[in-house]
Design a protein around this ligand. Structure first.
Ligand code: ARG
Ligand code: ZN
Length: 877
């Protein structure tokens, strides 16, 4: 493999650059052949910089045509331009202006980093290291400068010219060209730079901030899609209002622009004043977007907007601190969604996502700390650990400190660090300073990888009326971290008495208990509660108060009791999940379930369905049987995904077949004729109805026909796709015809084509790989578009374990062949798909061997990108 993989960056080597860039003046001449970029950087040595210290700028795939300092061209011996950048051998030891001119080829840029062209539109993506593909620069997040951007382009091809900040001038440039000048007064790192030039439609609106400033808002998109941008605009205005209410954060520029583009490597990007979005996270209309799409758009619009304070005004000192902006901003978007929708349902949703994506990462070969201390390729650290576990850490901080003190800390953070590039340490220090709480041990959450395993034992002594809880924690070794230290774990809890009501106690000894929270900060603690009149059932980790895996000796009866009586909705949901997980794990290990156990689960679920005090969205989640990846995790080793799939299907049949008529009656009772709206009540109702449909298809003879009928009669995409997805996954006889209908019915809509690809890749039958090969081989398949590629192959890897991990290795080989091909054009997409192999060490020997041989063959073939090589090396370590 290439030696590039040897190049490792360490946090301990961090040092500020010896030179500062004070301001940047960029001039883009955009054209069809090539784009020329003239950069004038005002540079200053730091006071401590020694004479003769070279200025080293990053640069990649640039071709330099001129270079000067303070207007005087440089002699050849004064600089060196290479594949990694530009070195000025002996710059002046005073403020000077470095002027360079380079040319780029945006049309051939399939990596989609730097300046590229999507659907004819010139656009940029710079985070984390894309700006160096635009001009020579200090491409590091601690280099903050003010930017002025002038752009000229052919008026016919690019009537819209956008960049960061405020528009300060525009006009005719002669020759059929025009120009625009943008200025961003806020110093920013280069990763937040953005530019867009193209022929775009738009919708506009405005928002008046709390202090009365009017901000012009616009969303730009492909012509003809303007009517699909209203929900995104509505979400933006609600986000702006929420950040003022909840965190006292106002927007700071005169305009805020969003651009939707079709080719984008991930979700969206928070460039200052000019957010660029993957169009799948902007466009929505009822016929083509699902409730989940609407919720996703709302969340990501909020996320990128919230970055304006947590990310842009206060940014990261280096990329090891990525979690500083991402974990915090995910926490903020989760809170926004909770406030806008249902808190309990949102929490369950976020935890499901954490468990099915982050826990597997943290328990496999790619495990890393939320703040890693080394990397070979930073793009591979935009992970669910940095984002979602990062958000859980912030949430624990809020739980430990309490809402008011958490807000005090956040206020101090904004006050103290505004305008800076800072660190996780500085973030924790503001909370310590604002509240007097020592957070030294808490910091370990950022430094340590792995999901903590928490074991709980309890005992009740009737004679002395004492109840004891022994709680211990242990984190298994992860790559590069053989030993672990104890974490600070907040455990929100309650004790529930035999009649289902909360129980009190007189006193607690042996550990730290504050109101309804136990704080576990040692390896093990034994808490003794006195004055406990009866044996309680403990409800622990209410609201999922810490991202841990809990092992308790609660019986199935205890869990069913909690499912009925717990005042905490999260734990009610959790208790039901635990009951079915335990049954499936037993069955996978060959221990058949008894009738009584199935009946007990069935009646708890039927009771939940019939309970009028619960909302529909919650019921839909309660009626969800844990997915195959969760069952596999619970089994822990030597997993046979086919067996897991079979056991899950059997459980669904055993539990639901006898009450099929009840489910069907409930299903019909939820039918609605009101016009579609993406609101909480309606989407909750649809989610429950579609959950019932899915259970009926999987457990009753008439289910598939019912789904086919729903598919045909649906008036919105949520209902249509739900029906298609369950039929497609089961690959019932109806599947091929419905898929064919779906494809032609929405021909020409690429985002619906993605849905078709997703369903196609999810089929459990043995024909799926051949069908996917045919899809990819079709010459009309857009082989460079990340959304299309991920919808097909990403779905297969992450969502179709039965076929991906086939014992004959065909699934693994399909994916490694795909990676080899795509890696040459878009390494980020290839590397991301490759991470799907992280489950391989958990598999039973035959599948494990098949995975290993596919991975070693990929390695032997050589010449992978740094992105894919890094993933592969860690995967096989
Ligand atoms: N900062 C962007 C966001 O989370 C994502 C950038 C992703 N970059 C990457 N190389 N994966 O909002
Ligand atoms: Zn983000």
């Amino acid at each position: 493999m290439r030696t590039e993989t040897e190049h490792t960056i360490y946090l301990k080597d961090y040092a500020p650059s010896p030179y500062r860039i004070v301001s940047v003046d960029l001039d883009f001449r955009i054209g069809e052949e090539a784009t020329r970029v003239r950069a004038q950087l005002t540079v200053e040595p730091r006071p401590e910089t020694a004479p003769g210290t070279p200025l080293v700028l990053d640069g990649e795939e640039l071709s330099l045509s001129s270079i000067a300092i303070d207007g005087a061209p440089l002699m050849l011996s004064a600089y060196a331009a290479g594949p990694q950048g530009l070195t000025i051998v002996e710059p002046p030891l005073r403020r000077f202006v470095l002027e360079t001119e380079v040319s780029l080829q945006p049309e051939g840029n399939t990596k989609l980093m730097g300046l590229y062209r999507s659907n004819g539109v010139w656009c940029t993506q710079c985070e984390p290291e894309g700006f160096r593909r635009i001009t020579y620069y200090l491409d590091r997040p601690d280099a903050l400068a003010t930017f002025k951007v002038t752009m000229t382009a052919p008026l016919a091809l690019a009537p819209v010219l956008l960049a960061n900040g405020n528009l300060v001038a525009k006009g005719d440039a002669g020759d059929g060209r025009h120009f625009a000048v943008w200025e961003d007064p806020f110093p920013k790192p280069a990763y937040l730079f953005a530019l867009v030039a193209g022929d775009l439609g738009s919708i506009t609106d405005s928002f008046t901030t709390a202090s009365g400033r009017k901000v012009d808002l616009a969303i730009y998109c492909e012509h003809g899609k303007e009517d699909q941008c209203d929900w995104a605009m509505d979400s933006l205005k609600r986000s702006m209002a929420w950040d003022e209410r909840r965190f006292g954060r106002e927007y700071d520029l005169d305009m805020f622009n969003i651009v939707a583009v079709s080719d984008f490597n991930f979700g969206a990007m928070e460039n200052k004043g000019l957010n660029i979005f993957n169009d799948r996270l902007v466009f929505a209309k009822p016929e083509t977007a699902t409730d989940a799409n609407y919720a996703g758009i709302e969340r990501v619009i909020a996320h990128e907007y919230f970055h304006n304070w947590t990310g842009n005004r206060i940014t990261c000192r280096d990329w090891f601190q990525l979690c500083l902006k991402e974990g915090l901003t995910v926490y903020r978007d989760q809170e926004f969604s909770s406030d806008e929708r249902s808190r309990a349902v949102q929490r369950i949703h976020d935890v499901q996502n954490l468990r099915s994506a982050q826990f597997p990462e943290d328990g496999g070969p790619l495990a890393h700390a939320p703040r890693p201390d080394q990397y070979r390729e930073i793009n591979n650290f935009y992970t669910t650990t940095v984002y979602e576990k990062g958000a859980e850490i912030v949430r624990m901080l809020a739980t430990l400190l309490g809402e008011a003190d958490f807000r005090k800390g956040m206020d101090l953070y904004f006050e103290r660090h505004d305008g800076e590039a800072t660190t996780i340490e500085a973030f924790l220090t503001v909370f310590a300073d604002a509240t007097g709480v020592d957070l030294e041990q808490f910091k370990t959450w950022y430094l340590q990888a792995g999901t903590p395993q928490v074991t709980v034992k309890d005992a009740y002594d009737a004679a002395s009326q004492t109840y004891t809880l022994t709680i211990s924690q242990k984190t298994e070794p992860t790559p590069g971290q053989p030993t672990k230290s104890p974490l600070v774990i907040p455990i929100k809890f309650g004790l529930i008495g035999p009649n289902g009501s909360p129980m009190g106690w007189n006193a607690v000894t042996g550990g730290s208990v504050r109101d309804d929270m136990i704080v576990l900060d040692q390896e093990s603690v034994t808490l003794t509660f006195s004055g406990v009149a009866n044996k309680p059932v403990p409800s622990l980790f209410r609201g999922f108060s810490a991202p841990v895996q809990v092992h308790s000796d609660l019986t199935q009866e205890d869990n069913l009791f909690l499912a009925r009586h717990d005042s905490d909705p999260f734990n009610r949901w959790e208790a039901l999940q635990d009951v079915s997980t335990a049954l499936m794990v037993d069955a996978a290990r060959g221990k058949a379930w008894g009738n009584a156990a199935i009946e007990a689960l069935r009646s708890a679920l039927a009771e939940t369905l019939a309970n009028d005090s619960l909302d529909d969205a919650f019921k839909a989640q309660a009626l969800t049987i844990p997915d195959e990846s969760l069952i596999a995790r619970a089994i822990g080793s030597d997993v046979d995904p086919e067996r897991v799939h079979a056991v899950r299907s059997e459980l669904i049949r055993a539990v639901f077949a006898p009450i099929a008529s009840t489910l069907e009656a409930a299903y019909h009772g939820l039918t609605s004729t009101v016009p579609y709206a993406p609101d909480t009540a309606q989407s909750g109702r649809r989610s429950l109805r579609n959950r019932l449909l899915s259970l009926l298809v999987q457990s009753s003879d008439g289910g598939a026909a019912l789904a086919a009928k729903q598919y045909g009669e649906a008036t919105n995409m949520t209902d249509r796709l739900a029906a298609l997805a369950v039929i497609g996954a089961q690959w019932t006889p109806e599947a091929p015809a419905l898929l064919a209908d779906f494809r032609t019915r929405f021909a020409g809509d690429p985002l619906v084509f993605d849905k078709w690809l997703t369903v196609s890749a999810s089929a459990h039958d043995d024909g799926v790989i051949e069908r996917m090969r045919a899809i990819l081989a079709d010459p009309s398949f857009p082989r460079n578009n990340p959304n299309r590629l991920r919808s097909l192959v990403g779905t297969f890897v992450m969502g179709n374990p039965v076929q991906f991990t086939r014992a004959d290795g065909a699934g693994f080989r399909f994916v490694t062949e795909f990676v080899t091909d795509v890696d040459t054009r878009n390494p980020q997409v290839a590397a991301r798909v490759l991470t799907g192999f992280r489950i391989w060490p958990l598999l039973e020997p035959k599948r494990r061997e098949a995975a290993r041989s596919a991975l070693t063959a990929l390695q032997a073939a050589g010449s992978l990108s740094r992105n894919s090589a890094d993933i592969l090396t860690r995967m096989l370590a």
